[in-house]
Structure formats: C-alpha cells, structure tokens
Design a protein around this ligand. Structure first.
Ligand code: HEC
Length: 104
C-alpha cells in the first residue's frame, strides 16, 4: 500500500516541472484626474452637485456664455437629467458659471 502511494507520487512528478502561468505585473497610466474648473466662489457647490454623472470637462469645455444660458443649462440638468440640486445651490452654481465661463 505504501509502495503504491510512492508510485502515485512519482507518477505526478513530471507535472511539477510544468510551466505555471504566474500573474504578470503591468503598468498603466491613468488619465489626469484633476478637476479642470477655475477657483471662485461656489466652486465647491459645483463639485458637490455636478460631478455625480459626468466629469467637470462637460462644464469646462463649454464656450463662454451668458448667465441666462448657464441658468437654462442648470435647469436642464435638474429637470431633464434629474440632478438633485436645491434651489439655493442652483443659484450659487449659475453665479459661479457666469463668473468663470460667462459672456455678455
Ligand atoms: C443626474 C445626472 C447629472 C447631474 C447631477 C448633472 N448632469 Fe450635466 N449632464 C448629464 C447628462 C446625462 C449629460 C449629457 C446630455 C447629452 O449628451 O445630451 C449632461 C451634460 C452636461 C453639459 C453639456 C451640455 C449639455 O447640455 O449636454 C453640461 C454643461 C452640464 N451637463 C452641466 C452640468 C452642471 C452645471 C451640473 C450641476 C448643476 C450637472 N451638469 C449635473 C447629467 C447630469
């Protein structure tokens, strides 16, 4: 019985030398995650309310536009996209956007 066990062990031996696929380490470069919105009063309110669904680039890449257009944009986010933004925060956000990305 003991000899049989040794035989089984030896029969398995060649398998021990078989190449094993070890996990490889790879390097990845993640995109820069810095938020591309200028400083200004209300920036933190924008960060809090506006980045749950998309990056700040959606905002930063818009052209300069009048406060009325920014107001319509924030209303669109609230009413159509269902962004849960309070009235007070919406005012602060429009003021920030008009200040940093405004046009007449
Ligand atoms: C509930 C999810 C959600 C939140 C929160 C949200 N957005 Fe959006 N936003 C979207 C979606 C979806 C789009 C893409 C719409 C499209 O492609 O037509 C978008 C697109 C945009 C655009 C690109 C122009 C456009 O109208 O498509 C701007 C600018 C924008 N959002 C600003 C904001 C601002 C400012 C806030 C904060 C008040 C905000 N978003 C919060 C969902 C959201």
């Amino acid at each position: 019985m003991r000899a049989f066990a040794w035989l089984l062990l030896l029969a398995g031996a060649p398998a021990w030398g078989a190449p094993v696929a070890l996990p490889r380490s790879v390097n990845v470069t993640l995109p820069d995650s810095s938020i591309n919105l200028p400083d200004g009063p209300g920036r933190d309110v924008v960060l809090y309310n506006c980045l749950a669904c998309h990056s700040a680039d959606f905002i930063a890449q818009q052209p300069l536009q009048p406060a009325s257009v920014w107001e319509a944009e924030v209303t669109k986010m609230r009413k159509i996209m269902k962004a849960p933004v309070s009235d007070a925060d919406a005012k602060t956000i429009v003021a920030y956007l008009a200040a940093v990305k405004g046009a007449r």
